[in-house]
Unconditional design. Structure first.
Length: 69
């Protein structure tokens, strides 16, 4: 039969082991990465990406040739 010792009277090492057993596993989920970005805050990378994604019609050229029948 195991002797029951109160949590406060356990050594720091044993308390740490018990705490580790009680914690749950996050698995593939990484909560530190999932931070919502502030949209009002200036972001240089977002601005640069917007400029590169801008599709303009200036570089588009259409060449039409007559068809001989």
């Amino acid at each position: 039969m195991q002797k029951v010792v109160s949590y406060k009277k356990l050594s720091k090492k044993k308390q740490k082991e018990l705490n580790a057993k009680k914690r749950k596993n996050w698995g593939e989920l990484k909560p530190t990465i999932r931070v919502v970005e502030n949209k009002k805050h200036y972001n240089r990378k977002r601005k640069a990406r917007r400029e590169t994604d801008d599709f303009t019609c200036e570089s588009f050229l259409l060449k039409i040739e007559p068809v001989n029948l």
